[in-house]
Design a protein around this ligand. Structure first.
Ligand code: UDP
Length: 329
């Protein structure tokens, strides 16, 4: 593989993937409408001649056709993301996630270009108090709760990807990302780690929603980029779904404490009822832990970063952004 197309390449995860592929010597085509991404995410590689940046919508058919034609492989990361954004803007979520994926899959199928589809742990929906594995049932809430529109739209993407593989032999790999964090992730769409770290930097309080006993696992974006690249290079992965993330659980209360210790021991941690935190139509997920056995078996996935390291990285990044560079050296 010499040329890669990355949709959503100016986003948080996408920009790290772009950097990593450029460092490897690939030509990288980025298509991004900057809905949640930012050109400055690509500052490190902006002047590299191997970066080809297209700021446009995924539903620009002629451009998409041209970019897919040029690429050897495609990473499809463009999507509406972030629980807050999804709950507040379900029309955009559903249309972007379903229509954009249809557009790219049909073009990849015409030219048989291998594609990695970014999916999400949201497809598992709710319930269950043990880890999620790829063959588990999907359990969504009512359609009146707009949060589920995200998981449902991504589940349709998965069905479509698998159908292209089964009916047309299109090489597709599906990666279900669990909570991923690291530098360049912003808190404005709801992501808890940058929110807590920024709150601590600003003097608090740290706002825990609900009782704080909900459980998540956080992976560093560098480990996730490694997994994406390995899946793309792995023949055995084709036509398959993989959980991608950390399997080390932490409650949101524990997370808040860790952020407090690491960033600013003077800040207060407060609990806020869900009804005040989110727009109507929100329902939280209590327990989200992946079974990553399949990822370990097929590509030898072993995350390098633990939660302390992840939080320190996010702290250093956000401190620099807030003009506090070097404050934690
Ligand atoms: N959360 C929180 N305070 C915040 C933002 C999020 O307590 O300021 C909680 C949120 O309700 C959820 C968890 O942190 O239980 C993870 O939220 P995030 O939006 O990062 O990811 P997801 O819910 O998609 O796992």
């Amino acid at each position: 593989m010499r040329r890669a197309l990355i949709t959503g390449g100016a986003g948080f995860i996408g920009s790290h993937l772009v950097e990593s592929l450029i460092a490897e010597g690939l030509e990288v085509y980025v298509l991004d409408d900057l809905s949640t991404g930012a050109v400055r995410n690509l500052d490190e590689v902006r002047s590299d001649p191997r970066l080809h940046l297209h700021l446009d919508d995924i539903d620009n058919g002629p451009l998409l056709t041209e970019l897919v034609d040029r690429a050897d492989v495609v990473f499809h990361l463009a999507a509406a993301v972030g629980v807050k954004l999804i709950v507040e803007d379900p029309v955009r979520t559903i249309e972007t996630n379903i229509h954009g994926t249809e557009m790219i899959l049909s073009r990849c199928a015409r030219k048989r270009k291998k594609i990695l589809l970014a999916s999400t742990s949201e497809v598992y929906g709710k319930g269950q108090d043990s880890s999620f594995s790829e063959e588990d049932d999907l359990v969504f809430g009512a359609t009146t709760k707009s949060r589920w529109s995200y998981g449902c739209s991504k589940a349709i993407d998965e069905f479509l990807g698998l159908a292209y593989w089964n009916e047309h032999g299109l090489p597709v790999v599906i990666a279900r990302f669990f909570n991923t964090v690291g530098p360049r992730q912003v808190g404005q769409y709801g992501m808890v780690v940058p929110r807590f770290v920024q709150q601590a930097l600003d003097g608090g309080p740290i706002t825990v929603y609900g009782d704080g006993e909900q459980v998540r696992c956080f992976a560093h974006v560098s480990d996730i980029v490694w997994a994406m690249r390995s899946l793309m290079n792995c023949g055995e992965a084709v036509g398959q779904i993989f959980n991608v993330g950390s399997d080390q659980p932490v409650t949101i209360n524990q997370l808040a404490e860790k952020v407090r210790e690491l960033v600013n021991p003077d800040v207060e941690v407060v609990h806020i009822p869900y009804a005040e935190a989110y727009a109507e139509g929100f329902e939280d997920i209590r327990y989200r832990v992946p079974d990553v056995g399949k990822l370990r078996r097929v590509i030898g996935f072993e995350p390098k970063y633990d939660l302390e390291h992840i939080l320190a990285d996010v702290r250093d990044y956000l401190a620099t952004e807030s003009g506090l560079a070097g404050a934690f050296d």
